[in-house]
Design a protein around this ligand. Structure first.
Ligand code: 5AD
Ligand code: SF4
Length: 447
């Protein structure tokens, strides 16, 4: 979401007539896009803004701004802590940035726009994308779920779905430019279409995108477990371009904690979903987010999360230490799990996931995967990298000429995070068969 918002910001500014600098030392305008979802992210952003203020001391004409969720949350308070800051721009005012920059330059006065969370006038066509192959598409903004720990509904406002025709037109244009993969983005894409006239839900949207010639892969993120419908599971199985991967955060394996989090499902509901997904799409890759150290999380609650992760055997998991976010419901509860405990639980889950990922990835050695080639590997620029349909990173020998191609490869070796592959066929392959065998035993929920 943040990456895409940064692409919007870049697009709005370049669209407003400004050029792109190579680095922060050459820049005349620096805007930080920020995340407020956890305390650490916020602290990092403010630390960076402090460092940039030092740059501004030496270069007084520099225009310095903070955008995004921290701007929306902290508003004018930011000016108190950062006296050299020029711009505070909230989550729904990106389109106004060029005008704000001009005002700072003309008048030298600080600009702040954070008032209105109800409307957003964003010209999606201006988005300045970082990739020529993969694109994020915002299908909805905001969130109505109010999970008790989460600041998103307060800084991004109520949920709003973009009309499908607008989304289809944007993707059609990307397909013409040669884009191969699109990822539909929203805080809870499963509730896409709420309040849309005429009606359109995520399944219908996926069907329409599946028909766009040139687009080879469709992903969507993030899914809320309470809103994943049988129809959606059927669509993942049926629509050949929809990749076999779903990120649907569990957050905790304890029903008590899930209730306190206001998640709207029990562990058993979730387990049934895991079964339904694996039954319909045996090769599906599963991803999750987990929060450790939520208020009141006991050793027994944590043990339930460990057990759930063992049984589900995710392909990937992001583990977060709970941090209190001002204004949320959970902020009213005592943050009573000591930091050391949170760190310990975080480490246990990271290690567990590493073992599971390693075992699953190594079990795939010798099998075929379908890889969309993205570019040189970050670690070793002499090798190329791409992703499988299950969203796993594949690294292989090959040249720049393969970028943008979908290749069939064999898995030769694997670590917990990477599949090392060999190209099997240098031709565009047909989408992978979705009814392949399960790679690992899946837990079955009790009836
Ligand atoms: N503390 C820790 N993690 C959080 N997340 C959201 N809010 C908090 C918080 N206050 C995590 C959730 C969510 C992910 C994007 O960030 O796991 O799915
Ligand atoms: Fe936050 Fe819950 Fe909305 Fe996700 S679904 S953005 S965790 S409130």
């Amino acid at each position: 979401m943040n990456e895409l918002d940064s692409e919007f910001i870049k697009g709005a500014i370049v669209g407003g007539g400004f050029g792109e600098a190579q680095n922060e030392y050459d820049a005349d305008i620096i805007l930080l896009n920020t995340c407020a979802v956890r305390e650490m992210a916020e602290r990092k952003a403010l630390g960076k803004a402090g460092l940039l203020s030092q740059l501004k001391e030496k270069k007084p004409d520099l225009v310095l701004g903070i955008c995004g969720c921290v701007a929306q949350q902290r508003k004018e308070q930011l000016f108190d802590g950062l006296p050299l800051l020029d711009i505070v721009c909230g989550t729904r005012q990106i389109a106004q940035l060029p005008e704000m920059i001009e005002s700072v330059r003309k008048t030298g006065e600080r600009q702040i726009r954070v008032e209105d969370l109800s409307s957003e006038k964003l010209d999606f066509a201006l988005t300045k994308r970082n990739s020529l192959i993969k694109a994020f598409i915002s299908i909805m903004r905001g969130c109505d779920n109010y999970c008790s720990y989460c600041i998103v509904p307060y800084v991004r406002g109520r949920e709003r779905s973009r009309p499908p025709q607008e989304i289809i037109a944007e993707i059609g244009q990307l397909a013409q430019k040669g884009y191969k993969e699109i990822t539909l983005l929203g805080q809870n894409v499963n509730s896409y279409g709420k309040r849309l006239e005429p009606e359109c839900d995520l399944v219908e949207l996926l069907e329409r995108i599946n028909a766009i010639r040139g687009i080879e892969r469709i992903r969507f993120v993030t899914s809320h477990p309470k809103d994943i419908s049988p129809a959606l599971i059927g669509a993942i199985a049926r629509l050949e371009k929809v990749c076999e991967h779903i990120h649907f955060p569990l957050q905790s394996g304890s029903d008590k904690v899930l209730r306190l989090m206001n998640r709207g499902y029990s562990l058993n509901d979730y387990m049934k979903l895991v079964d339904a997904l694996r039954d319909a799409v045996p090769s599906i890759g599963l991803g999750t987010d987990i929060i450790v150290g939520f208020p009141g999380e006991t050793e027994a609650d944590f043990a339930e999360t460990v057990e759930a992760m063992r049984r589900i055997e995710y392909d990937s998991a992001f583990i977060f230490k709970y941090s209190t976010r001002e204004g949320t419901d959970a902020a009213k509860l005592p943050d009573d799990v000591p930091l050391e405990k949170k760190k310990e639980r975080n480490k246990i889950l990271l290690q567990l996931q590493k073992q599971i990922s390693l075992r699953k990835n190594r079990a795939s050695i010798g099998s075929y995967v379908e890889v969309l080639v993205e570019g040189p590997s970050k670690r070793n620029p002499y090798r190329m990298m791409g992703r499988t349909r299950q969203n796993k990173i594949a690294v292989f020998d090959g040249g720049q000429h393969l970028v943008g191609k979908i290749l069939k490869m064999t898995v030769a070796d694997a670590t917990a995070l990477t599949l090392f592959c060999q190209v099997a066929e240098e031709t565009l392959s047909a989408p992978q068969n979705k009814t392949g065998q399960r790679q690992s035993p899946a837990y079955r929920a009790s009836p």
